[in-house]
Ligand binder design. Structure first.
Ligand code: ATR
Length: 274
């Protein structure tokens, strides 16, 4: 008689009730013909609570955990202290994927590569591309190395608070020779002018009713918003100028597929979910 082993996964966050990860990973598991359980795990917003949840999950035989807002930095700190980190997690300063490697906690970050994979799926040209990224928070930080690795030539980080963009790029250039060599630029949001191949909105403005102060000369062939499933004036603005646009649902699927692959070794076809 063949025995199938059920593998256990969670996504840890606060809030977490809205998370689409269980549905996405169950779809991957069906495709991979694997038996999995994937649950949403609410966690109080304290480092000790997060550590306790992670410890209990892996001690209890869990295979892999996703980490979402507000714990990605805390997961990084935990792995830096007690485990190991992938190069992408080190540079991003954040972890979205946890697993055990050689008995130790291992933190990876698949968000940036998830975005790159979605852009490649859309057939947007990344080789030698001139890209502007709006925002200098966690979402922006995590995508810079994967974009450069994908062949992007010029990156400009534009942020409402210029000093934050400058500080982020200083840190990233010290952390990664690849980033330093590509000489990314920074500027204030309203000082971003002219034409780009791709403009990516990595700010959290989509959560508010405010609009971005964009210069009227700013234009692009492709505009991407990392948010999804809501009204996104950033995309409407560039669509009206004739740009192709896409929202971040594909990035969510992309990062999930890479986490699934780290945990199970199976590369799933993400087209089926888009
Ligand atoms: P995340 O981890 O999602 O990136 P974050 O670290 O809070 O979240 O960063 C949010 C980003 O959105 C920042 O770049 C922020 O700009 P500031 O550094 O100036 O705060 C940007 N942002 C949020 N609301 C904005 C708004 N109304 N206009 C312009 N930028 C905004």
């Amino acid at each position: 008689m063949t025995q199938t082993t059920t593998q256990h996964f969670i996504v840890i966050g606060n809030p977490i009730a809205h998370s689409k990860s269980p549905k996405i990973h169950q779809a991957f598991a069906k495709q991979a013909k694997l038996d999995i359980r994937y649950h949403r795990q609410y966690c109080p917003d304290h480092p000790e609570s997060f550590h306790a949840v992670v410890e209990a999950f892996f001690n209890g035989g869990g295979t892999g955990a996703n980490v979402t807002v507000p714990f990605k930095q805390e997961a990084y700190t935990l792995c830096a202290k007690d485990g190991d980190l992938s190069e992408h997690a080190k540079v991003a300063g954040a972890v979205n994927t946890l697993l055990l490697k050689d008995g130790k906690l291992y933190g990876d970050n698949t968000d940036g590569q998830g975005l790159v994979n979605h852009l490649l799926q859309l057939d947007w040209p990344l080789q030698e591309a001139k890209i502007a990224i709006l925002g200098a928070g966690g979402a922006s930080r995590g995508v810079i190395l994967p974009l450069i690795e994908a062949g992007v030539a010029h990156i400009t980080i534009a942020n409402r608070t210029l000093s934050k963009a400058e500080a982020m790029l200083d840190e990233l250039c010290s952390a990664s020779n690849i980033i330093a060599k590509s000489q990314p630029q920074s500027c204030a949001l309203e000082a971003l002018t002219g034409r780009f191949d791709i403009i990516i909105n990595a700010t959290s403005i989509g959560l508010s009713t405010q609009t971005l102060p964009l210069d009227e000369t700013l234009s692009c062939d492709y505009a991407y918003d990392m948010m999804y499933g809501r009204d996104l004036p950033f995309l409407t603005h560039f669509q009206q100028q004739g740009a192709q646009v896409a929202e971040g649902y594909g990035m969510l699927i992309g990062q999930a597929a890479l986490s699934f692959q780290r945990w199970t070794g199976v590369a799933v076809d993400t087209h089926l979910l888009l």
